[in-house]
Write a protein that binds this ligand. Structure first.
Ligand code: SF4
Length: 85
């Protein structure tokens, strides 16, 4: 994620969360709740450019596909996303 952009996120049990409610992932993939529920862990930001469009009715139907619960071990490696310092 370019330095000029900031993702603010309050989900503090995510591996990529940082103090001040800042996301420390190098990139994230926001998509529909439905895709988040059904897609494999390996489908994430590195593949977002070729993902099918997923229109939703409102913000409540969106979610961060990049979320990985803090302490989830190998699951964090599946998405191809890097945590920045
Ligand atoms: S990856 Fe998603 S859920 Fe995790 S801190 Fe970043 S924006 Fe929040």
């Amino acid at each position: 994620m370019p330095h000029e952009q900031h993702v603010h996120c309050s989900v503090d049990n995510c591996h990529y969360w940082g103090s001040g409610n800042m996301c420390k992932a190098n990139e994230i993939f926001v998509t529909s709740d439905q895709l988040v529920r059904n897609a494999a862990d390996s489908l994430d930001a590195p593949h977002a450019a070729v993902a099918v469009p997923t229109p939703v009715a409102d913000c409540a139907e969106t979610a961060c596909k990049t979320f990985v619960r803090h302490g989830s071990g190998d699951k964090v490696k599946a998405d191809g996303v890097t945590r920045l310092s």
